[in-house]
Design a protein around this ligand. Structure first.
Ligand code: F6R
Length: 604
């Protein structure tokens, strides 16, 4: 998502900040900006869209000697991608850049506004710089003001702040969002939110830990831990390979994205949950008035998340729902009635088939909503309303974190609609919200699980096919597990409703047929178990994924014991993603760029 850079020294600061931001482009962004403090004066440039626009704006600016500067690429979360919302954000005489989300920004903003502070942007970030300046007036010392400000923030952040009151200093803080510092031979300092901008500039770097804050000047680097004690920097050598730097030490983008799911889901949830209700500031409740059906339409993995929505909406929002494969829908002269809300789901927002169905629905006068990961994409621009999934840029062709965040949005949205339609009690909604908050915990990849999947994968490299089976909402997860496997392993795999196997596919059962059974404790456990036993009796090779021991399985992957079937859903999602990844690795395939596939399918 957003990217941060910073520099303190005598070199060409504009070039260093802009080239640093360029190295962070892969994270995705929709606006960018830099602020440079030289000889007591700030030079500020911001631009919406790609970095060329910022380069154009800064073309006449040159620094002349020592300067401090910060830069940022922004992926919109609070407020549209506009110049006013782009970072750096200004107080009276200080600028700040920030990655992450300040959860208590609304409360801090209100307090500041009550004291007469005027806000220019809709962002959560702007509170940081105003809070700092309020504290500076009070404490008369920049570092004390900065430490106090950091202590007042809740949420996730990587922050850089520069101020006229300390013109040779960059203040920094890190909690939950990545940030590192490098120092070169001339003792110039460089900050960034990942390794790539520092490659070629520094040979060693210090990765900040959560809770770290402090400052750097030409003479010293001071780092303090969350409890306020000073600690030494731990400089380590910096790899000089840019591609591997973008992968943050993971072997593949897909692997990195599987690991990222816990944190991107936190972003998906951030600011959208209160104790008692789901809040989508981007939606108007009117969208759901007069609606008697919700139709979901998508392709591929997004279609599978749409199918999970189909189960959630009927169960929680108690509204009639239907599901469409976009490439089928567009050519079958469908009946479209105006009391249907047409919802398209797309990671890219550019998939040709899905985009066409959205155009059809608009033409037929239906209300439309898009669930999408890319702001300003064609679908976001076209639909009446949009919810962004906030997964950050997804590079692996096999979609993982996009799916996880889509399902999360759907779970939230089903509760949002349930409230409007009065179909769940306040207590039920509050209980579900408490469960939603637990999703990041259940999507953390543990070393033990990953090692297990690495070992297990060697038993599943051949055979005449895989059946992923599950019931209810675990059926779309079975479909998604099978899709992941076939995409990157090139082995034949199908997702099937567990209860449907006996109506035909069970004829294939033999030891060379691999069944991956999703057996949640909290949803139709006994029923699914019987279906697995039917396959076991016919000597199919069975791998059960469950929290409950299952003695008829050849292999067993234990997930943690969860309070609710949706939490089991996420735990099993991680298992099937890792299984596909490790089978593909063992088969020597190109995990991130599987044969015949493209990331964004803009052809019919
Ligand atoms: C599978 C995958 C594809 C996409 C599909 C739709 O891993 O990524 O199946 O889900 O091409 O793409 P979007 O979601 O961008 O519309």
């Amino acid at each position: 998502m957003c990217g941060i850079v910073g520099y303190l020294g005598k070199k060409n600061i504009k070039e260093i900040l802009l080239s640093g931001l360029k190295e962070l482009e892969y994270r995705g962004y929709d606006s960018a900006g830099i602020a440079v403090l030289e000889d007591g004066n700030f030079s500020i440039y911001k631009a919406v869209g790609k970095l060329v626009n910022l380069e154009e704006k800064t073309k006449d600016y040159e620094s002349h000697g020592f300067a401090v500067g910060i830069g940022h690429t922004r992926w919109a979360t609070h407020g549209k991608p506009t110049e006013l919302n782009a970072h750096p954000h200004l107080g009276e005489s200080s600028y700040v850049v920030h990655n992450g989300i300040i959860e208590n920004y609304a409360q801090l903003k209100k307090e500041l506004q009550d004291k007469g502070v005027v806000f220019l942007s809709q962002t959560d970030t702007e509170v940081i710089v105003h809070q700092f300046e309020k504290n500076l007036k009070l404490l008369k010392n920049s570092f004390d003001a900065f430490s106090k400000t950091v202590g007042e923030l809740q949420g996730a952040y990587a922050i850089l702040l520069v101020t006229k009151s300390e013109p040779d200093t960059i203040f920094f803080a890190k909690q939950g969002s990545p940030m590192l510092i490098g120092v070169d031979e001339q003792n110039d300092s460089y900050f960034a939110s990942s390794d790539t901008p520092l490659i070629g500039q520094c040979n060693s770097v210090n990765y900040f830990e959560d809770g770290d804050f402090g400052y750097v000047t030409p003479k010293k680097l001071m780092i303090f831990s969350a409890n306020g004690t000073q600690r030494d920097a731990k400089f380590v050598p910096l790899s000089q390979n840019k591609l591997s730097a973008q992968k943050d030490g993971f072997r593949f983008f897909m692997e990195k994205e599987i690991y990222e799911q816990s944190s991107v889901i936190s972003d998906t949830l951030m600011g959208r949950l209160s104790e008692s209700e789901v809040i989508f500031e981007e939606l108007n409740e009117n969208l759901f008035y007069g609606i008697s059906e919700i139709k979901f339409c998508a392709c591929g993995t997004s279609y599978h998340s749409a199918m999970s929505a189909f189960y959630l909406f009927e169960r929680y929002a108690k509204v009639k729902t239907s599901l469409e494969v976009a490439s089928e829908f567009r050519y079958r002269n469908p009946i479209m009635s105006k009391d249907t809300l047409f919802v398209v789901i797309s990671q890219s927002g550019e998939t040709a088939d899905t985009l066409e169905t959205l155009k059809m629905a608009k033409k037929a006068g239906l209300k439309t909503l898009v669930i999408c990961n890319v702001d300003n994409s064609s679908m976001v621009r076209l639909a009446d309303a949009a919810i962004l999934t906030r997964a950050g840029i997804e590079k692996g062709v096999a979609s993982t974190k996009a799916f996880a965040t889509q399902v999360t949005v759907f779970w939230m949205l089903s509760l949002y609609v349930a409230k409007i339609r009065n179909s769940l009690s306040g207590t039920d909604i509050a209980n579900q919200i408490a469960l939603l908050r637990e999703v990041p915990k259940h999507t953390k990849v543990t070393e033990v699980l990953h090692e297990k999947m690495k070992r297990l994968s060697k038993r599943y490299l051949h055979g005449h096919g895989f059946f992923f089976i599950g019931r209810d909402i675990f059926y779309p997860l079975a479909l998604e597990g099978a899709l992941k496997l076939k995409e990157i392993s090139y082995l034949h795999a199908e997702g099937y409703p567990a209860g449907e196997m006996k109506h035909g596919p069970i004829a294939l059962a033999d030891p060379e047929l691999f069944t991956i059974a999703l057996l949640p404790q909290h949803l139709h456990y006994e029923k699914t178990k019987s279906n697995v036993e039917e396959l076991s009796a016919r000597d199919s090779t069975i791998c059960v994924i469950s929290s409950e021991e299952f003695d008829k399985a050849d292999d067993f992957v234990q997930i943690s014991s969860c309070k609710h079937y949706m939490l089991e859903f996420y735990e099993m999602m991680i298992v099937v993603q890792l299984l596909s990844l490790e089978i593909s690795v063992r088969l020597g395939n190109d995990v991130d760029m599987p044969r015949n596939l493209a990331k964004s399918v803009t052809v019919e």
